[in-house]
Design a binder for this molecule. Structure first.
Ligand code: GDD
Ligand code: MN
Length: 401
């Protein structure tokens, strides 16, 4: 009966590989207390999709028994929108599991997710679908590619989002490193890329679960600007950040293809050698400037070291931008892009400096290594850290792989 609520699936989080009445795609809108947004987003999304895919899509609202009766508002709209489905969950809760339960009930060859609070621009949807229709297994709306951004997030939220991404690059590089915005909650994925896989979602980041357990070969990214909320507020709390870290660790050690280096390690060794040689030139600059300022100029040691360190970072950035990552940098020549790369490079290198001092102290005070050997090993480890994070964050190019 079309006007009844969807039955809530239970049991394992596994997407069926075939359905009785297939449609082109199913879009899940997970909601919790979106009573002020739900009618507007249903009208906007159906307005776009009824034109492009008349009767060949599903819009599935998966609500976790919102106190503001979001599900009931959506349900009351069903008679006006033939492609609208509504699921009211009362036994389970959480953004990621809501999306998967929605996908388990869906009939689309392509499965997607969009936030229900108007922060994900609906018009990007068609671009994502075009990418999947053109062969991508996964099309992600990204804030970190050309045309992407966030409206006016606080520095703290930006820092937390980027920090979460960097942490992911350290714990789960081959998953988080595959996309520029692994935190995105706005994407489309081909059903047969995730069908039959035993998913084990946690928290907010459904995309890393799809990337970690799905059979995803070709990825496309579409830039979008994350909008300001009009009604209601974000449900993100510290708990989501804790769940994210636990989710990364669980993925890292639970799936064979990530726990062991089953696939060829895609570590660009040639670039790394260039990066290390540039780093060496930085050491020469650092030592030379330190000698001139502190040795000859009798400046204070700390002031000399900080200035010497910063000049070395500038030297390294220029050579890396020209040589190590020159092929990538040449595709992003705008002054704003160069400045953005330099800022990220600087932050990563300064964090690397802190990391180096920590590692040096561990090697010297706990393993009782000779100070210079400890420093050399610390520099080696931090060079890998600096290289990998700069490759993935500063000189990032995203194209359909
Ligand atoms: N069913 C259900 N259950 N929906 C939920 C839950 C839940 O427990 N928690 C949140 N939602 C819904 C919200 O109603 C909204 O539609 C969407 O999930 C996003 O929730 P927000 O609380 O608004 O998240 P955000 O805006 O701070 O962050 C979003 O955007 C980021 C960037 O794309 C989320 O999608 C993040 O996962 C994403 O990283
Ligand atoms: Mn939101």
């Amino acid at each position: 009966m079309i006007n009844s609520l969807l039955v809530v699936p239970s049991g394992p989080f596994e997407i069926p590989d075939r359905v009785s009445t297939p449609v082109h795609f199913s879009l899940i809108v997970p909601t919790y207390n979106e009573g002020g947004n739900i009618e507007k987003i249903i009208r906007i999304l159906t307005g776009i999709l009824d034109q492009e895919f008349p009767n060949n899509y599903e819009l599935i609202i998966v609500d976790d028994d919102s106190k503001d009766l979001t599900w009931e508002i959506a349900y009351s709209l069903m008679p006006d929108f033939p492609c609208l489905r509504v699921m009211r969950r009362t036994q389970e809760k959480g953004l990621s599991t809501a999306v998967i339960r929605g996908w388990q009930s869906a009939n689309g060859d392509i499965l997607g997710v969009i936030d229900g609070d108007m922060q994900h621009p609906p018009e990007v949807l068609l671009k994502l679908l075009i990418e999947v229709d053109n062969g991508a297994d996964l099309a992600v709306a990204s804030r970190h590619v050309e045309g992407g951004g966030v409206s006016d997030w606080s520095i703290v939220r930006r820092f937390l989002s980027r920090g979460a991404q960097m942490l992911g690059l350290v714990i789960l590089p081959r998953v988080i490193g595959r996309v520029s915005d692994p935190m995105s909650g706005y994407f489309m994925v081909r059903r047969n890329s995730i069908a039959g896989k035993r998913l084990n979602p946690l928290g907010y980041k459904i995309l890393i679960e799809v990337l970690g357990r799905g059979q995803i070969d070709k990825i496309a990214e579409v830039g979008y600007t994350f909008q300001e909320r009009e009604q209601g507020e974000s449900k993100v709390t510290w708990r989501q950040y804790q769940e994210y870290i636990f989710h990364l660790l669980r993925l890292r050690f639970s799936t064979g293809k990530l726990g062991r280096l089953k696939r060829k390690v895609d570590f660009p060794i040639g670039r790394f050698v260039n990066f290390a040689l540039v780093g060496l030139s930085g050491v020469v600059i650092d030592m030379g400037v330190l000698y001139i300022l502190h040795g000859l100029g009798h400046w204070g040691l700390t002031r000399s070291a900080v200035l010497a360190g910063e000049l070395a970072i500038i030297n390294n950035f220029l050579w890396n931008d020209l040589w190590t990552f020159g092929d990538i940098a040449r595709t992003q020549r705008l002054p704003s892009q160069i400045f953005k790369r330099f800022s990220k490079f600087n932050i990563i290198c300064l964090m690397g400096l802190i990391l180096k001092v920590l590692i040096l102290n561990v090697f010297f005070n706990f393993f009782h290594l000779n100070a210079y050997l400890a420093n050399f090993l610390a520099i080696l480890l931090v060079t890998v850290w600096n290289f990998w994070l700069n490759l993935k964050l500063s000189w990032r190019v995203t194209e359909t792989k």
